[in-house]
Design a protein around this ligand. Structure first.
Ligand code: SAM
Ligand code: SF4
Length: 447
């Protein structure tokens, strides 16, 4: 009998990708996805605990689903970072919770669900998987995303930035064998996927310490050769490990899109040191210069944290100065949030919440202007766009992204999804562009 699973996902692309994997695995035990929690036989909350706010959201989501458990006996599970962090404690705290699925336990999810179904047993699986079993769960069985797909190339992180909980919850860096990655990309291409985004917390570390394995730039070269794949992206890249060879890839590899997400976190050398980031403001600026040297049109995005312990007005000014100098296309900005178990959580000179909020607002206001200005530069320009689906704004519009990763909406039918078209940008908005089709990849579209 067909059953339904509802998944709520918090956090980054890694989590979105893990949710996709969970759906694929659950299909094996006859679950299909529903977008309505009230129709579900199984509810999974895929959580994030990188900051405090998303972590709180998880507890309020659990509260919402409690009623469904009482009325319909829905099985409820928590996966992801909060599951990994809290383990059995979550079962103790939430009597209506059935499953705790750690960050490496995705391959055994069907077994866990069957155990709950058959035995009514509450289960918790949070062992960190040393054999790399997690990485062997390919997505290419039947991707629901037809045009673009994430491909995990590595798990975990060895960098231990002082604010970050990821290395503790996702384990040490483990690279997936390159032949498996390339095989998965080939399979995806055969299914019609045109764009792949390679995922890892620090993709520059790919292949590190594995004799005979490709390094990240070489992996990109191999993926560039896969027929059918037309665009390659990757995230995330750590500035300290951004190699000359990877920078050169932006000029050598035609399929590598002109965009890099390179989190800088702070513009103050004092704070960067306390964050244990391994670079300075000057060396970050140098790397950006090199990137622009090999690829002048490259779009730049980054993450930044305000209110790290000890951050003074002067440090914050350095962050604003870095932003002004680089003129990022977009920024993901966060207030520092202390995470138990990290080194920075023990630092004493905390910044007041009010000050953090003020700094965040100032920074976001400045970035809003810069993003809008960068978007306006594209007005009147011709851009290659891969059409991804219907626009959220109108049934008569479709949406896609430029190679620089900007969202463009324009008139068109769903029959165009998956086509690469040339768009003339008519108008820029703060977060998207409006355009019109200038030419089609394969002649005129079906009427
Ligand atoms: N691996 C990526 C890197 O190093 O760039 C980032 C991974 S992390 C999940 C995404 C972003 O969350 C970070 O770049 C950082 O800006 C932010 N972040 C991580 N820990 C944080 C914390 N304790 N407080 C506030 N922001 C945090
Ligand atoms: Fe966290 Fe730093 Fe690793 Fe990124 S590189 S996941 S911020 S420890």
């Amino acid at each position: 009998m067909q059953k339904h699973v509802y998944i709520e996902t918090y956090g980054c692309q890694m989590n979105e990708h893990d949710s996709e994997r969970m759906l694929r695995l659950l299909e094996r035990i006859f679950y299909s996805e529903t977008k309505e929690a009230k129709e579900a036989d199984l509810i999974l909350i895929n959580t994030c605990s990188v900051r405090e706010k998303p972590e709180h959201k998880v507890y309020s989501a659990l509260g919402r689903f409690k009623k469904l458990k009482e009325e319909r006996g829905t099985i409820i599970g928590v996966a992801g970072c909060v599951a990994q962090q809290e383990g059995e404690r979550l079962l103790g705290r939430m009597p209506y919770l059935d499953m705790v699925i750690g960050t490496q336990a995705i391959p055994v999810l069907p077994d866990l669900v069957q155990k709950v179904e058959a035995l009514g047993q509450r289960v918790c699986e949070i062992g960190l998987d040393a054999e790399g079993e997690y990485l062997k769960t390919p997505l290419a069985e039947r991707p629901s995303v037809k045009v673009k797909s994430y491909v995990t190339i590595m798990q975990g992180c060895d960098r231990f930035c002082s604010f970050c909980i990821v290395p503790y919850l996702r384990g040490r860096e483990r690279s997936r064998p390159s032949h498996e990655i390339i095989e998965e990309v080939r399979d995806l291409a055969e299914m019609g996927v045109k764009e792949v985004c390679l995922l890892g917390q620090n993709v520059n570390g790919y292949g590190k310490g594995i004799g005979g394995e490709l390094r990240f730039p070489q992996l990109l070269h191999r993926i560039n050769e896969v027929n059918g794949i037309e665009r390659i992206r990757f995230t995330t890249s750590h500035p300290a490990d951004l190699s000359e060879e990877l920078i050169q890839a932006f000029s050598n590899l035609p399929k590598l899109c002109e965009h890099i997400h390179l989190p800088f976190q702070s513009g103050s050398n004092r704070i960067l040191k306390a964050m244990h980031r391994g670079y300075t403001k000057e060396s970050y600026l140098d790397k950006i210069d090199c990137l622009k040297g090999v690829c002048p049109s490259i779009a730049l995005t980054a993450d930044v944290i305000v209110g790290f312990p000890g951050e003074e007005e002067e440090d914050f000014k350095q962050t604003l100065d870095l932003m002004e100098r680089i003129q990022f296309d977009d920024l993901y900005s966060f207030k520092y949030s202390a995470r138990k178990g990290t080194r920075a959580a023990q630092f004493e000179d905390r910044v007041e919440e009010k000050v953090k909020q003020e700094r965040l607002s100032i920074l976001q206001e400045i970035q809003k202007e810069i993003t809008f200005k960068e978007n306006r530069k594209l007005e009147g320009r011709l851009e290659e766009v891969l059409i991804e689906g219907q626009s959220k704004q109108s049934d008569r519009d479709v949406t896609g992204r430029t190679r620089s990763n900007k969202i463009v909406n324009f008139g068109g039918s769903l029959g165009l999804v998956g086509k690469m078209v040339t768009i003339k940008v008519l108008k820029a908005y703060p977060h998207s562009l409006r355009g019109e089709i200038q030419s089609f990849e394969f002649g005129l579209p079906p009427q």
